[in-house]
Design a protein around this ligand. Structure first.
Ligand code: FES
Length: 287
């Protein structure tokens, strides 16, 4: 028996928001019945805000719990806010998932991603902006290639799971994506993908910024990439101080009074700085 958190058990026994929405504005799907797990996510919008979400899932208890918590995480939020939710956030919100069940959180993230893709359109600027199809996901534009035919898992999905969760072994990839969990024929290719990712990461780590370069880059990312996004919603951000890896900022305008301010800081501001400058950065609100 896996070791489940109380929250997982609660959401498994009393799943929230089960069902469908007849006039849903967006529907996202992930997994497939053939692979043993599938999730269909229904979203109702009021403008840019998610006012209702429901799900149907076929899968284990963890799949039910992950889908259930995901609906709670997105209701009341804007599309802008939910786009940064990762599978890690879903698992964390559940108080953790056993390693062998992490693929359920990945399925939640993928259904959300599919919903956003359907809403914006795959070729739209917004979709590109979401950074869901970052250069890294499709590092050689071969990312949609199916690597594990038993579970229909693509190269992109494996790459994303490695990147978001810091996976380093084939076994971990199987836990997170199911790839490699049946006939095992794809394990060699999975190992190659892991090695490529690690090599790429190492090469990037070598180009360490000097402290001054880092401060300049943080300022530039805040000014040119983060601030314009916040301004679109009537808010903004001000850099107060940088102490080591801690970036102290002040949210201004509507952002300062927003009840989701801490989520914006962590899931948007901090995530952007981590990705674009240094993975060790922590953002603190001193407003
Ligand atoms: S091809 Fe991946 S387990 Fe069979």
């Amino acid at each position: 028996m896996w070791d489940y958190s109380e929250k997982v058990m609660d959401h498994y026994r009393n799943p929230r928001n089960v069902g469908t929405i007849d006039d849903a504005d967006i529907i996202g799907e992930a997994g497939s019945l053939a692979c043993g797990d599938s999730l269909k996510l229904f979203i109702k919008l009021d403008g840019d805000k998610i006012i209702d979400a429901k799900f149907q899932t076929f899968g284990c208890g963890s799949a039910v719990a992950a889908s259930s918590i995901l609906t709670e995480m997105i209701i009341g939020k804007t599309l802008e806010e939910v786009k940064k939710i990762t599978n890690k956030d879903i698992a964390n919100e559940l108080g953790g998932l056993p390693a062998q069940k992490m693929h359920c959180s990945v399925m939640g993230r993928e259904a959300l991603e599919d919903a956003l893709k359907n809403y914006y359109g795959e070729d739209s600027e917004e979709w590109q902006e979401l950074d869901l199809l970052s250069e890294e996901h499709s590092h050689d534009h071969a990312g949609e290639k199916i690597i594990c035919t038993c579970f229909n898992v693509t190269e992109n999905q494996i790459w994303e799971a490695i990147k978001v969760n810091g996976l380093t072994t084939v076994e971990e990839v199987t836990n997170y994506t199911k790839a490699g969990g049946a006939c095992g024929r794809c394990k060699g290719v999975i190992k190659d993908i892991i090695d490529t990712y690690l090599k790429k990461n190492k090469a990037e780590e070598k180009v360490e910024l000097t402290p001054t370069q880092k401060i300049l880059k943080i300022g530039k990312v805040l000014e040119q990439q983060i601030s314009p996004q916040l301004q679109k919603d009537g808010g903004d951000i001000e850099l107060v101080d940088i102490v080591g890896d801690v970036v102290k900022v002040k949210l201004i305008g509507v952002c300062s009074a927003c009840k989701n301010a801490s989520m914006t800081l962590k899931n948007f501001v901090e995530a952007e700085l981590k990705e674009k400058v240094d993975n060790k950065i922590v953002v603190e609100n001193v407003g």
